[in-house]
Design a binder for this molecule. Sequence first.
Ligand SMILES: C[S@@+](CC[C@H](N)C(=O)[O-])C[C@H]1O[C@@H](n2cnc3c(N)ncnc32)[C@H](O)[C@@H]1O
Length: 359
Amino acid sequence: MPPLSDSPVLARIKRANPKLVGQWTRRQVKSVAARSGYLVTKLDDEARRYARVSHNDEVALPAGAEEALRGDNPKLVELQQAYDALDIAATSHTQWRTGWLGRNLSLAWFRGDNAYVWQFRQLRNAAEARMYLTLLDVESRDELGLLKTLEEDGRFGAWTFSYGTRPPVSRDLLDSVNEINYLDARMKLSSIEGLRVLDIGAGYGRLAHRVSSALPNLAAYDCIDGVATSTFLCDYYLDYRKVPDTVRVVRLDQWETLADEYDIAVNVHSFSECSLETIRWWLERIAERNIEWLLIVPNTPNQLLSTELDGSMLDFAPEVRRAGYEQVDARPVFESDELRKLIDLHDTFHLFRRVGSGG
Ligand SMILES: C[S@@+](CC[C@H](N)C(=O)[O-])C[C@H]1O[C@@H](n2cnc3c(N)ncnc32)[C@H](O)[C@@H]1O
C-alpha cells in the first residue's frame, strides 16, 4: 500500500482544489479520503497503514444467507441490468462504481465495517473506549428511550460492543438512535400522525429497520437507492428483519411510484458520495413532491460537497436552496463538546425545511 500522500484519492483532491488541502484540517482530509475507501490510522507508532473492510464473524450468518448474498444471485443480476439500462442521472456514479464497491464490500457480511456503515475505521485506535463515549453522548439525548428497546444482534458481520450489564451496541444502533432522537427533538418525528419518510441512498436499510421498530406512528417508509447492490441488500435485510408492510423498498427503475407526499426525506452519507448532477436529479424529485423536511448528513462537517469523477468536490448547498429549502439547523451529531473532542468524529446534522411551510 502506498502512503496516503501518494494515494490517488488525495492526489485527486489536491489536483482539483489545491487550496482545499491547505485550508482543511488534517481530520477533514482524512475523512474524505477514508470515505473514498482509504483510511489513515495509527496502527502502530512507526507507520501509517490503511485498514480495509472487516467484519465480525462471531455471530454466524443466518441459514440461507450465504447462498442468497452472492453477486450471481439472479435477483441482483436482474436489478443491476435494470439499473444499467436507466438513462437518468441517478445512475451516473462517481464513487459507487462496481470496482470500488467490490473493494469495499463483502456481500454476505454487509453489516461489517464497509462502504455502508463505518465502525472501526473512524474510531481508529481505542475503538472500544471511543464507542463507549459515543454511547454516553447518544444516551444523554435518548428522550425516546430507544437504547432500552432497540436491540443489536450483530448479524451479518456488525461489530458489537458490550459494556458492563448493558445490552450490546453497534454503530448502526447508535447512529440510528441518535438520528431518530435528533429528528424528534427538531420536528417531532414521533408525534406526527401517519408519519411518512423517504430515505434516499438507504443503504442496507439500517434506518428503515430502526425507525419501523421505534415509531408506532409510522405509516410509510420508502427506501430508494441509485445502486443496485444497495437495493438488493436493503430488500434482503428488511425482509430478514420482518419489518412491517409500511416499509417499502422502491427499485430505482420504479422511482415514479414514490408517493407525492412525505413528511421528511433523509439522506445520510449518500449525497456526499454522488456527483452534483446526481444530487440535482434527486433534489428535483424532492422538489416535485410535497415534503416539508429534509435531513442531510454529509461526509464533511461544515459543507455540503459532492464527489465528482475527477476527484473534485462541489458545493451542493445552492442546489438544496434551489429545490426550495432553507437550512433551519446544523449541529454536530455528537453534541457534547467534551465527549466529541475525545470521540473525534465530527459529522453534522443539516436540517432543512421547505420555504413557506413553517408554522
Ligand atoms: C455510506 S452509504 C450510507 C447508507 C445509509 N444512508 C446509511 O446511513 O446507513 C451511501 C449510500 O448512498 C448510496 N448511493 C450511492 N450512489 C447513489 C446514487 N447515485 N443515488 C442514490 N443513492 C446512492 C449507496 O448505494 C449507499 O446506500
